[in-house]
Design a binder for this molecule. Structure first.
Ligand code: IFM
Length: 425
């Protein structure tokens, strides 16, 4: 065996807005409807049409032997107007999780994945503290509806990315550029998670609840330059360290703000890590390490970063760890096989026990402002015909699941011939 995965369980991840298609009135549908916001001019209305192809997609998951599936809910479908719940949409999700269970697949359900209903966006979304109780009402409803089949929950996906892109860089909805607002948004998301954590446990005692944290390595370009060192440390704290601490243990480091009735405690049953790349820091700017292997979006491919992030998390927050996302855009499936092998090898070699690894993404997905172009799927998608084709890396993943590791034959078949970097890189 080239790589033994021991007790690590492999799954795949998706998110509602990125695969469902349809015209739910979300912040992203509104944003994509504006000229020049999405690089290829696409919108989430098409995506993988998963809303209409749930059975087909569950059959494909089962055919690949996948036993763990991370999926998201589209809040705007469920609560299309403030306080008005759509019973048909709720029933659709009930049927979906029941069908997953019937197929022997355990769902891990994300309640918020960058997707606000349009009405919530209009009233200031997470800049307002009264958004927290509105979110909790939706959480309570959906956990009550789905808990017969679901006991694994992610409250919020990548709160730091949501706040930074939407409120610092302004290239995501709602297009603001204010660090102060970004910190307010992160504070509210952290408070919302803690309150949701308690609510979910009150409804479903056995639930496992966590956050999918986007974590990366911040390295100084010149480790002897104090400006680079301070820049890397400062960015790591503002982008991920502070929010990880606030959401995990209820201690809100500056510049985040807690709430008088939120006490320090343990607010996770697992720490979810979404790992993609490293940031190379020069003073106060951040970029890609020169001459490094990169993916189709130009992000450095840095498997050791996964091990470093795992060790950092395990030291500070003991308990179960799930890799809730890891993957790469690779349109020609040229290097994904090696990417998988290298990242899983780094994970296994990290010395940290990890329970789950969810590959992003199951199928190609609508990639926010990058549109339909980046191809993250183990399963390729023809957006015109909606035909799904399992990529070679998808076959390799299925093979790893059935062998609890990568056999020597699989290594020769899929990893040896694979590239190390994007063909376009
Ligand atoms: O597609 C996204 C996902 O929505 C959140 N994590 C990163 C992925 C790849 O960019």
């Amino acid at each position: 065996m080239k790589l033994n995965l021991g007790t690590l369980e492999l799954g795949v991840a998706t998110a509602a807005t990125q695969i469902e298609g349809g015209n739910a009135d979300t912040n992203w549908h509104r944003w994509a409807g504006r000229e020049g916001t999405i690089k290829d001019g696409s919108t989430p209305a098409r995506a993988a049409d998963h809303w209409n192809r749930v059975s087909q997609d569950i059959s494909l998951l089962a055919q690949l032997g996948i036993r763990h599936y991370r999926m998201g809910l589209e809040w705007a479908r469920i609560e299309p107007e403030e306080g008005v719940f759509n019973e048909a949409a709720i029933a659709h999700y009930r049927d979906e999780v029941a069908a997953l269970r019937a197929a022997g697949i355990t769902p891990l359900v994300t309640l918020h994945h960058f997707n606000n209903p349009g009405w919530l966006e209009e009233r200031g979304a997470w800049t307002r503290d009264d958004t927290v109780p509105i979110f909790l009402r939706y959480v309570k409803r959906m956990v009550t509806e789905l808990s017969e089949w679901v006991d694994e929950w992610i409250t919020i996906n990548e709160p730091n990315v949501y706040a930074t892109q939407g409120y610092v860089f302004g290239d995501w909805p709602p297009g603001k550029k204010s660090i102060t607002q970004a910190m307010t948004v992160m504070s509210h998301l952290a408070q919302a998670h803690i309150r949701a954590y308690n609510i979910i446990h009150a409804i479903s005692a056995n639930a496992k609840v966590g956050v999918a944290q986007h974590l990366r390595v911040f390295d100084p370009a010149n480790p002897y330059n104090p400006l680079d060192l301070v820049g890397a440390k400062g960015m790591a704290h503002l982008f991920q360290g502070a929010i990880l601490r606030a959401m995990s243990i209820g201690r809100f480091p500056v510049p985040l703000k807690g709430a008088a009735d939120i006490d320090a405690g343990k607010y996770y049953d697992f720490i979810g890590i979404n790992y993609y790349t490293r940031s190379w820091v020069t003073g106060i700017s951040e970029g890609t390490r020169p001459n490094s292997p990169v993916n189709d979006l130009g992000w450095e491919i840095y498997p050791d970063g996964l091990a470093r992030v795992l060790r950092m998390v395990a030291r500070a927050y003991p308990g179960p760890i799930y890799i809730t996302e890891n993957g790469t855009p690779d349109a020609t499936d040229y290097f994904r096989g090696r990417f998988l092998f290298d990242h899983l090898s780094a994970l296994m070699g990290s010395g940290v026990e990890v329970e789950r690894y969810y590959h992003w993404c199951f199928t190609d997905n609508w990639e926010w402002i990058e549109g339909e172009e980046p191809r993250f799927g183990l399963v390729g998608l023809d957006y015109e015909t909606q035909e799904r084709t399992v990529r070679q890396s998808g076959l390799m993943y299925a093979d790893m699941i059935s062998n609890a590791g990568l056999t020597d034959q699989a290594y020769t078949r899929w990893v040896e011939p694979a590239g190390r970097s994007s063909e376009n890189g």
